[in-house]
Design a protein around this ligand. Structure first.
Ligand code: NAP
Length: 517
């Protein structure tokens, strides 16, 4: 069985200490080992700062974009192999795996094109120059410059390809080298990606390093211009934000954490209409895609009281058609959760909700997975909980259950009331609303926007072409306030800001123009 090496300071390096197994969550068989101790992480960060950073900063935006385009192309070349790894190590169906792997390639390709448009410049202008002298000769111009440090990228278990690519693409285009640390349990896909990229010698030395296994003393070696870009649980985020080194050195820290994403059905939408069908399809997809292990998945559904029974019946029908089992089988639509610990957490979350809601579908999540040996695998079936009082159901808004679990609650149909219930989640990555009533939408969006990083408006006009609220697109910001971590990633050129320093330049107008164009 393979022992996964880390790629540090230009070489594949094995750690020591206890072996951590990476298992197949369908069979529970071990697939590989990780050893996280005994690695020179301080040396790896120095290597990034001394080799990777200068090489990237010497390149123009267009040249860095070409690197991203080449990384994307290499993913296409190894797509089937990566999909097979995601099925084995992540419990992904083929569709789930494509979502992650094609999402990674698409994001890198998007930033490749964006950087090509930024051209030969090395500083990115921010707004127009402003006259600050007696005449127009003396101006001030804000601009973005690469941060002369290293971006440490720590990712969650659920998107080993896309989660890395969204951070890597922005950092590389911005001109910052990356040291990435995937979640240990599902690190096989990230490890293989880095192997493929390293073998193809696409990036300059030190531009991308990989740590497999626990973070060890990694954070102790961070310093001022570095960036810590984290995706994972609020608990780990709190520990990292409060890390003495992060505080002492004012390390820039971006957090993408938990989110109780809400979907709101407005009273004007009939379930049989295009907007109504879109709403049902989005909820059912988000509950079951990647077994509900998507940070953007819909966890709370608000429907006018008179529609609660109809919505529950329609979702029940869709969920009953989902075949749960071995994700390698063609007929299976939902695989296991990624780890035993996740399955345990999800079952505890279902029990908390069950104490205050009634069963809509799936009971406690017990399921007989197709094609799986009895008693094996980390399976939890889709679970729908119901409440007649969405606003009064505290548990529905308090805990993110990171699995195929959603609560549908009734509200009074009024847009301000709906937005107030959405806000009980204390900040989300995305809220979705479904209506063709512009007045209702204007009032809902006005109130809900400040609590969410993205607001998705499902309506008849876009129903046929909508990717759903659960898809994070490189063109649009990913991140949200409050519970969601208050971070921001992606969003086209906005995504570069995390890895760049805004600087105000003052001087001769023609000189500043030449420097920033
Ligand atoms: P997690 O337990 O917080 O782990 C996330 C990452 O942090 C892993 O790579 C983990 O490494 C690492 N880590 C843990 N303790 C650390 C420490 N003390 N210092 C440095 N790194 C440390 O979260 P998870 O279980 O993988 O992910 C599930 C959570 O992620 C969910 O709550 C979900 O909402 C959130 N999530 C958010 C987004 C988003 O974009 N907002 C996206 C995906 C997931 P090890 O695996 O080695 O422990």
């Amino acid at each position: 069985m393979k022992t996964l090496a880390s790629h540090l300071a230009g070489a594949w390096t094995l750690g020591d200490g206890p072996a951590i197994p990476l298992v197949n969550p369908t069979t529970e068989d071990p697939l590989a080992w990780a050893h996280g101790r005994g690695l020179d992480l301080g040396g790896a960060l120095r290597f990034a700062r001394e080799r990777g950073g200068p090489a990237l900063r010497a390149a123009s935006f267009a040249e860095r974009g070409a690197l991203c385009a080449a990384l994307a192309k290499a993913i296409h070349g190894a797509r089937e192999e990566l999909i097979a790894l995601a099925v084995a190590n992540g419990g992904n169906t083929r569709g789930d795996a494509k979502f992650d792997i094609d999402g990674a390639a698409g994001t890198l390709a998007h930033y490749g094109e964006l950087a090509a448009r930024l051209g030969a410049a090395r500083l990115l202008p921010d707004g127009e120059a402003v006259q600050i002298g007696r005449t127009a000769r003396l101006v001030g111009q804000h601009a973005w410059a690469p941060r002369p440090g290293v971006a440490v990228v720590i990712n969650a278990f659920n998107f080993p390809a896309w989660g890395l690519a969204e951070k890597l693409a922005c950092a590389l285009v911005a001109g910052m080298p990356v040291l990435c640390k995937p979640a240990t349990a599902t690190a096989l896909v990230t490890h293989r990606l880095v192997e493929i990229w390293a073998a193809a010698a696409i990036l300059p030395a030190g531009a991308l390093q990989l740590l497999v296994g626990p973070a060890g003393d990694l954070v102790d070696h961070l310093r001022a211009p570095d960036v810590l870009a984290f995706t994972g649980s609020s608990e780990t985020a709190r520990a990292l934000r409060g890390h003495p080194r992060v505080i002492a050195e004012n390390v820039r820290c971006n957090v993408e954490a938990d989110s109780l994403n809400a979907a709101v059905l407005a009273p004007d939408v009939e379930l049989s209409s295009e907007a109504g069908q879109l709403f049902l399809a989005d909820v059912a997809r988000d509950m079951t895609q990647k077994s509900g292990q998507k940070c953007t998945a819909i966890r709370r559904v608000l429907v006018p009281a008179a529609r609660l029974d109809d919505v529950a019946a329609a979702l029940r029908e869709r969920l009953a058609a989902i075949v749960v089992g071995d994700p390698a089988r063609e007929e299976v639509r939902m695989g296991p959760l990624a780890t035993a610990a996740q399955a345990q957490d999800v079952r505890a979350g279902i029990a908390r909700l069950a104490a205050v809601t009634r069963d809509g579908f799936g009971g406690a999540g017990d399921v007989n997975p197709v094609g799986v040996a009895a008693g094996k695998g980390f399976f939890v079936g889709p679970v729908l909980r119901l409440t007649d009082d969405a606003g009064g159901c505290v548990a529905m808004h308090a805990h993110e259950v990171f699995g195929p679990v959603t609560t549908v609650g009734a509200y009074d149909g009024e847009p301000h009331a709906a937005a107030a219930v959405v806000a009980l989640g204390r900040g989300g990555l995305v809220a979705s609303c479904y209506s063709d009533d512009r007045d209702w939408l204007a009032r809902f969006v006005g109130d809900a926007a400040g609590w969410n990083g993205r607001v998705y408006i499902g309506s008849e006009k876009i129903a046929a072409m909508s990717p759903g609220p659960g898809t994070a697109l490189p063109q649009l910001q990913h991140g949200g306030p409050g519970r969601a971590g208050d971070g921001a990633e992606l969003g086209g050129a906005r995504g570069l800001a995390l890895y760049m320093q805004r600087v105000a330049l003052q001087g001769d107008a023609s000189l500043l123009k030449a420097l920033t164009s």
